[in-house]
Design a protein around this ligand. Structure first.
Ligand code: CA
Length: 231
């Protein structure tokens, strides 16, 4: 029985795919790959991978559609998207559709290995079964990744629940940098883009706030960060 983590890489550029495959095999991963979007999606839905790495521009269907379709089936599958540099809309799309993380091309290969390893490590941490009560209408089951919000059933990603769980432990605002370190496992937060945090917070507000534009629970403290106010 193998204990190696298995990645699925969906990337249509042969030289990049070859480079990524060599890189991850060198670091002790099993690597499966597809160069076509639809085939990548079929493969992703056929099994749970340690992590799925998605390019955005692909033949047949793009990385966003794959990400979205995976999330309809699995809230727990770790997904990292490779976006084009400085295409803010790509980054927002990817994270909004449920990617856990992204890296912009051209990326540093060591950074990519760190990010993927952190994602896998995090996903292996079983969240202890806790019911987070935000208020009398909103609660989250941390293991099932589901909850009720104003009489609606809501699904959460593992990352979203990890953010809520972390904030729930804190009694003061938490900075974006601290969240990237503690919830994303980033080693260094230098040069890091904190939009990842903001986009996840925006998604969470849509799920737990009665009026996401005027949050009462997931509150921004200017210059300090975010705090979760319950009750
Ligand atoms: Ca491509």
């Amino acid at each position: 029985m193998t204990t190696k983590p298995t990645l699925l890489i969906v990337e249509d550029e042969p030289s990049i795919l070859r480079g990524l495959t060599d890189l991850f095999v060198f670091h002790g991963f099993n690597v499966e790959s597809e160069t076509d979007g639809q085939q990548g999606l079929d493969r992703a839905l056929a099994a749970q991978f340690s992590c799925v790495i998605l390019d955005v521009m692909l033949p047949s269907i793009d990385g966003f559609q794959i990400c979205n379709a995976i999330r309809q089936h699995s809230q727990t599958q770790p997904i990292l998207m490779l976006t084009a540099k400085n295409t803010e809309q790509d980054i927002i799309n990817g994270l909004t559709l449920g990617a856990d993380d992204y890296l912009a091309k051209p990326f540093s290969t060591s950074e990519l290995v760190l990010r993927v390893s952190a994602l896998i490590r995090r996903s292996g941490l079983a969240l202890t079964e806790t019911k987070l009560t935000i208020n009398s209408h909103v609660n989250v089951c941390t293991q099932k990744l589901t909850g009720m919000s104003y009489a609606q059933n809501v699904k959460y990603t593992r990352r979203e629940v990890a953010i809520l769980s972390y904030l729930h432990l804190k009694t003061a605002p938490v900075s974006r940098e601290e969240l990237l370190k503690e919830v994303w496992d980033y080693k260094s937060t230098e040069h890091l883009d904190t939009r990842t945090v903001d986009i996840h917070i925006a998604k969470l507000r849509k799920k737990i706030e009665s009026d996401p534009k005027s949050p009462q629970h997931l509150v921004t403290f200017r210059g300090e960060g975010y705090q979760l106010l319950t009750g």
